[in-house]
Design a protein around this ligand. Structure first.
Ligand SMILES: *Cc1c(COP(=O)(O)O)cnc(C)c1O
Length: 519
């Protein structure tokens, strides 16, 4: 049976499936009522699928909290390709089969809500934000105009206003962007536009290369931003940090003077509040003073550390951030919002508009009463996903006070972990801990190849799905990087973690010793 309104296809061994084609009203009452009838069946089927999926998702989320659930059912790529049919084909599947595909996806994905998902600067599950994601997907708004996304626009404006207030920006502005990396990029663009406005239209025609300054602990996104904004990654000067991972202000001042002497044009300093590897905080007041002296744009990358502004107890880590010209804050890190949720705040009300707006787009932006509410005019994106709703709902539900408690608790737990590491005979704390990240390694007595051992240990934990914990190198020494960011973590979990690490390490050391004996 085929009509303009509805098409049904016979699938052997299965129920009919229907596609509502739209239009067709007026082709006769019979077809119309038939259409309504099948539409109702389709809606009923979809409702069943949706309820079934939500049930499965709920179980998946609930399992992550249970002891013994692995962080991941790890499969190498070839094996994963065999377990799931990933190929796309010409024929469509009935919608009912989507459930199994989603089930497979859940089965083999990393459970980032798991308390032993410690690999990255996010972990855990946020229920109100999750509801926000569902509503965001259902409404599928786009943030360019108030007309297209009225509620989302006001919600984003409120979130940005509140974050700006916490950062101490008096009459600032801001925008949700696609990540901390992009926030840093847009900040660099704002700085370039502020100091060299002609470049926007004319391109770069400077004889003296522009240079920017970040610490040697800064995030790698500054190299990318320097590439995109036309500065060149070679013109990113890495300022020395101290043993705790904080930028040394005297070094910064020296590097700036040196650059000027070498005929370069300094214009931007990116301080970090909460470094990616160690969770360290650069001394913002001193850096602000140096930027003031040399007339440079002062940016604070608080992708990780922004959340500390919510804690009266730890807010001082960011002391001086109110002096910044721009500020990056990832709500998907300490605030536990699902990816992505990143905000760029600016001290100036209109720099985002001047730096990011362009000609064209009159098909989209019309001069009318609400033009100030068309956030798209200050964005590098055209269509822009609604990332504000999930944050707004979570913040509404948790409140400033709830967030303060949560963040204080994380710092407390990181302190507990630090103490455990420092007092354990087979663990070694590699750097002082300033906030929520502890760099350490497994060091059994008499072991020689500590890098190799820790690498093997970390791989074993990951492929067995016990713990996902990342690593990096500090001065050539491999360190495990414990990120205490999951709000459900407890002291008991941390005890289990260290027992698991040491236990697995002992197994590996024993196996290595046996292999040595044999050879
Ligand atoms: C995580 C992080 C970034 C990058 O943020 P994304 O949202 O992952 O792009 C930038 N800077 C710092 C200090 C970070 O910790």
């Amino acid at each position: 049976m085929t009509s303009g309104f509805l098409k049904s296809e016979e699938v052997p061994g299965r129920r009919h499936r229907f596609r509502v084609m739209g239009g067709g009203v007026g082709r006769g009452h019979a077809v119309y009522f038939f259409g309504m009838f099948f539409r109702e069946i389709l809606m009923k089927e979809r409702q069943e699928i949706l309820v079934g999926l939500l049930g499965r998702v709920f179980r998946y989320l609930e399992e992550a909290g249970r002891p013994g659930t692995p962080v991941v059912d790890y499969q190498a790529p070839e094996s994963l390709r065999q377990k799931m049919d990933l190929t796309l084909g010409a024929e469509g599947l009935p919608e009912g089969q989507l459930l199994q595909l989603c089930e497979d996806y859940l089965q083999y994905s990393v459970r980032t809500g798991h308390r032993f998902f410690m690999n990255q600067l996010f972990s855990g599950f946020n229920f109100p934000a999750f509801l926000g994601e569902i509503v965001t997907a259902a409404t599928n708004g786009s943030m360019y105009t108030y007309e297209t996304a009225p509620v989302a626009t006001l919600v984003e404006m409120e979130v940005v206003r509140r974050m700006g207030e916490l950062a101490g920006f008096q009459n600032g502005n801001g925008l949700i962007v696609t990540g901390g990396s992009n926030a840093n990029l847009v900040a660099l663009l704002c700085a370039r536009h502020h100091l060299f406005p002609d470049i926007k239209a004319k391109g770069i025609r400077m004889r003296s290369p522009m240079v920017i300054f970040v610490s040697d602990q800064a995030h790698y996104s500054f190299f990318k931003a320097a590439n995109v904004v036309g500065i060149g990654s070679d013109n990113v000067v890495l300022v020395k940090s101290d043993r705790a991972g904080c930028m040394i202000p005297e070094e910064l001042d020296g590097e700036i003077r040196q650059a000027v002497q070498n005929g370069k044009t300094p214009f931007f300093v990116g301080a970090t509040a909460g470094t990616t590897v160690m969770g360290s905080f650069d001394p913002l007041p001193a850096i602000a003073g140096i930027c003031e002296t040399h007339g440079l744009w002062f940016h604070v990358d608080a992708s990780l550390g922004g959340g500390f502004l919510l804690s009266p107890r730890h807010r001082d880590l960011l002391k001086g951030c109110n002096l910044a010209d721009s500020f990056t804050w990832d709500a998907h890190k300490l605030m536990g919002i699902p990816l992505m949720c990143s905000v760029l705040l600016t001290q100036s009300r209109d720099i985002l508009y001047h730096a990011c707006s362009s000609e064209g787009g009159d098909y989209l932006f019309h001069d009318y009463d609400n033009a100030d509410f068309d956030l798209g005019t200050k964005s590098l994106q055209c269509a822009r996903r609604v990332d504000a709703l999930k944050l707004w709902l979570a913040w509404k539900c948790i409140g400033d006070r709830g967030y303060a408690e949560r963040i204080d608790r994380l710092v407390e737990l990181a302190g507990y972990a630090t103490h455990k590491i420092a007092s354990h005979p087979q663990l070694e704390l590699m750097r002082p801990v300033q906030s929520i990240i502890a760099c350490f390694r497994y060091r059994p007595e008499g072991a020689t190849d500590l890098n190799g051992l820790n690498l093997a240990l970390r791989e074993r934990l990951a492929t067995e799905g016990k713990v996902l914990i990342n690593y990096t190198h500090l001065n050539g020494e491999m360190v495990l990087r414990l990120v205490v960011i999951n709000p459900d973590l407890t002291e008991r979990d941390l005890d289990t973690l260290f027992e698991t690490i040491v236990g697995t390490g002992e197994e590996l050391a024993l196996a290595a010793a046996r292999a040595d004996e044999k050879s």
